[in-house]
Design a protein around this ligand. Structure first.
Ligand SMILES: Cc1cc2nc3c(=O)[nH]c(=O)nc-3n(C[C@H](O)[C@H](O)[C@H](O)COP(=O)(O)O)c2cc1C
Length: 309
């Protein structure tokens, strides 16, 4: 049996990316119920909402699930206390180095999977006691590194011995099979699940992803050390202009405030931050999570040698 499935108690090694504002209880429970692992996106979530989201997932499913901790969140210390107190089965971490939290999370029996954009951080995470890593390529939606998934994954696989989950640019069974061939033992997807029937996301945002082609995304924020991939729109063009003009970090932050909320809740496709990956170009239909996962597994099993998945 695949190490990821064994470690996490799931049927298929397919994770929901813990997307801020998007990976909420209905979507999380749907992914876990379909045999993958749903992950709550706690970024920007007040601590009491995280508690109720965990309770809501537990009401909807008995299957395992996880919580994504955004390390730059102002409430991060409280969020760590909550996942420990609630005995959440696993956490993923985004935007930085979670080393200072790993021992406490592991003592509480929580499996820890940091997201890494580079080999060096993957090696540090293995030394710090992580159970596995999520190697995320620059094709991804949201905060990104610089290396592509196809280049990053095999290098991370060769550099560490804990399991590697591939993320970035995976949207169907071919992507899952390719990740396994590269040595990953599972995949994490954001953009594909954002355009699922269960995702609590405004239809305008889903429509924008369906319409997008593979070149519709843009990365802004490199000049302030916080690159983010979104669909190009009025807001991203304004960011690009700020970048060109060398505006300070505070001005970027002022423009960014509430951007993802505007996209997810209000369906504002002009002034909202339409975080989505390059795989948007492959996605042409809103599908239920169960169908997405079942089709992926069937396609990948037909492509891979017997027993590889
Ligand atoms: C709308 C959106 C929000 C995201 N928010 C987070 C987040 O809060 N924390 C995190 O670690 N990753 C976040 N991500 C990244 C995803 O968890 C996932 O790793 C990524 O989407 C994978 O690439 P893909 O979009 O090509 O599938 C986000 C991605 C999207 C599209």
């Amino acid at each position: 049996m695949n190490r990821i499935c064994q470690m996490l108690g799931i049927r298929y090694p397919i994770l929901l990316g813990g997307m801020a504002h998007v990976s909420r209880a209905p979507l999380v429970a749907a992914v876990s119920e379909a045999g993958g692992l749903g992950v709550i996106g706690s970024g920007g979530m007040p601590p009491d909402l995280l508690v109720t989201q965990i309770a809501e997932v537990r009401e909807k499913t008995n299957c395992p699930f996880g919580v994504n901790l955004m390390l730059m969140d102002p409430d991060i210390d409280e969020q760590v206390e909550i996942v420990i107190r609630e005995r959440v089965p696993m956490v993923t971490t985004g935007a930085g180095n979670p080393a200072k939290y790993i021992d406490r999370l592991k003592e509480a029996g929580i499996k820890v999977f940091p997201v890494v954009p580079a080999v060096s951080l993957a090696q540090r995470m293995e030394r710090s006691g992580a159970d596995g890593v999520i190697a995320e390529g620059t094709e991804s939606g949201g905060h990104v590194g610089e290396v592509t998934t196809i280049v990053l994954v095999p290098q991370v696989v060769d550099a560490i011995s804990i399991p590697v989950i591939a993320a970035g640019g995976i949207g169907d069974g071919r992507g899952l099979a390719a990740a396994i061939v590269l040595g990953a033992e599972g995949v994490q997807m954001g953009t594909r699940f954002l355009v699922s029937a269960e995702a609590p996301v405004h239809d305008n945002f889903k429509e924008a992803v369906l319409k997008a082609n593979g070149r519709a995304t843009i990365v802004t924020g490199r000049s302030i050390g916080a690159p983010v991939r979104t669909l190009a729109n009025k807001l991203s063009k304004q960011f690009a202009r700020y970048e060109h003009e060398g505006r300070p970090r505070e001005e970027f932050e002022a423009l960014a405030v509430g951007g993802l909320r505007r996209a997810v809740y209000d369906g504002d496709t002009e002034s909202g931050s339409l975080m989505a990956g390059q795989i948007s170009g492959l996605i042409t239909e809103v599908k239920p999570v169960g169908t997405i996962i079942a089709e992926m597994v069937e396609t990948a099993r037909n492509l891979l040698p017997e027993g590889a998945l």
